[in-house]
Design a binder for this molecule. Structure first.
Ligand code: NAD
Length: 476
């Protein structure tokens, strides 16, 4: 049911002299032992990635795409096995885990297509001269993926690197290693040359501190918290190494007066609690026009309170535990701080049970601006719902955090939408839906939410460099 946990270096699986425990967050039981990469493993991974880059960057885009598509097909075929691993290690309900596997495969399929569309450009030049712009793979990528989507987060990074012709050393999350291990297996079975994809685990700070300063590493791709992203960007800057940073979010939802409050609130509660709220695009700060605030708040609270919380592998469960023992104290502190400053806890607000890292679906109403949760991303099942008197006030509140990843709005007024497109400071704005991205759309943030984009036709840009070739010929 749960795979054997190993490092994948130079096309081979290996154990290590040290290991660590991987725990089921719903039961707190051990799922497996995860090898901790030693310095010698990282050296081997670097050597393998350098060799892998030489092979893969010279492999034709079509052949690269074919390999990626074969691997994606294997992931689809293995959907149930992968989904069960994700449910066990992350605590995500099985139905959501199955969707994540498909989304991960879609990321690969999209980028495989893009591999064949990394077009260059011809620039008009004087007779006897040719100006040509080439896009070339940047080199070895050091990537770091977080635990909240064990399959689709590693997929984003591996897909971008492999489609571009780069090799990659991925340090996936130690809490949820199985998703990345299933991906590596699929690529091994699909015939990816050794060294193109390498997978390591261990102490995150030690691994990033060792890999990032290496000359051969030309891109650092990270998804995680802003504080860690800032640290890795500083490390990378020592060597002028490029970075792709997909960091935190604290998504606002502007609910205008022309919205059906019951429909939007029901949808909002369901989306908020997806993956126990541990999503960087999770809708969290709801700014609701005062004329529909009471109805919206009551409907949202009732739907959140009715959520079926339990073991993610059980039928009918809508929300599992949070992913690790770090989340519950953080969430508890944020709720207590908001309560002390005058917010109303409409439902939830505390740990659920005494086994597993469960936190109750929580709704906070009328939260004052000085409450920590108005600035800090909760990354858990907590929603803030505040009334606003005007669109001006809502936009000002939406932009009042350092983050700018996803933002949402409910309205059919074209003038409101026009203003929000211009004024809401986010990388992804969604109107009348709480979905933020698809494989074919560019995803990423502004402000402290990072820079660079994953997905869309922009998705390979960070993995490639631009080379201008000036070819001068004597015309006889
Ligand atoms: P954290 O800040 O300790 O770690 C965040 C991620 O970075 C983890 O995956 C971790 O393994 C990795 N990491 C930590 N230190 C590192 C280092 N020195 N080098 C390389 N990688 C390192 O926080 P956490 O408790 O794991 O997660 C909670 C916070 O992280 C949340 O509040 C949220 O803001 C953020 N987060 C964001 C995303 C996202 O999708 N953007 C995903 C997971 C976590």
């Amino acid at each position: 049911m749960y795979p054997e946990l190993k490092l994948f270096i130079g096309g081979e699986w290996r154990k290590s002299t040290r290991d660590m425990s991987v725990v089921n967050p719903a039961t707190e039981e051990e799922l497996g032992r995860l090898p901790v990469a030693a310095k010698s493993d990282l050296d081997d991974a670097l050597e393998a990635a350098e060799k892998g880059f030489r092979i893969w960057s010279r492999t034709s885009p079509r052949e690269r795409a074919d390999t990626i598509l074969r691997a994606a097909k294997l992931m689809r075929d293995r959907q149930e096995e992968i989904a069960r691993s994700i449910a066990l290690e992350l605590g995500k309900p099985l139905a959501q885990a199955r969707l994540e596997v498909i989304r991960g495969a879609e990321f690969f399929e999209w980028d495989a297509g893009e591999a064949m569309r990394t077009y260059g450009r011809i620039i008009p030049a004087a007779r006897g001269h040719k100006f040509a712009v080439h896009h070339q793979p940047i080199g070895v990528v050091a990537a770091f993926s977080p635990w909240n989507f064990p399959m689709s987060q590693p997929a984003r990074k591996i897909a971008g690197a492999l489609a571009s012709g780069c090799s990659i050393i991925l340090k996936a999350a130690e809490e949820t290693p199985a998703g990345a291990i299933h991906i590596a297996r699929a690529f091994q079975d699909a015939g990816l040359p050794p060294g193109v994809l390498n997978l390591v685990f261990g102490n995150p700070a030690e691994i990033s501190g060792y890999l990032i300063p290496q000359d051969m590493v030309r891109l650092v791709a990270f998804t995680g918290s802003t504080v860690v992203g800032r640290h890795l960007t500083t490390l990378a800057s020592e060597n002028m190494t490029s970075v792709l940073m997909e960091l935190g979010g604290h998504a606002p939802v502007i609910v205008c007066e022309d919205t059906d409050p019951q429909e939007a609130a029901t949808f909002g509660a369901i989306r908020k609690l997806r993956n126990s709220g541990q999503v960087c695009t999770s809708p969290t700060r709801f700014f609701v026009h005062e004329s529909i605030f009471d109805e919206f708040a009551a409907t949202f609270t009732a739907r959140a309170a009715a959520t079926i919380v339990g073991n993610p592998v059980d039928d009918g469960v809508e929300m599992g535990p949070t992913a690790n023992d770090r989340r519950v104290p953080v969430l508890t502190d944020l709720v207590e701080d908001a309560r002390a400053k005058g917010a109303k806890v409409a439902t939830g607000g505390a740990r659920e049970g005494n086994k597993g890292f469960f936190f109750q679906p929580t709704v906070l109403l009328n939260v004052p601006e000085d409450a920590r949760i108005m600035q800090e991303e909760p990354f858990g099942p907590i929603a803030v719902i505040n009334p606003v008197a005007s669109l001006d006030a809502a936009i000002s509140q939406a932009n009042s955090v350092p983050y700018g990843l996803a933002g949402y709005a409910f309205t059919n007024r074209a003038d409101y939408i026009d203003r929000m497109i211009d004024e809401v400071e986010v990388g992804n704005l969604s109107i009348n839906t709480l979905e933020a991205s698809m494989p074919e759309t560019p995803f990423g943030g502004v402000k402290s939410s990072g820079y660079g984009r994953e997905g869309g036709s922009e998705g390979l840009d960070n993995y490639m460099t631009v080379k201008h070739v000036w070819h001068s010929v004597k015309i006889s």
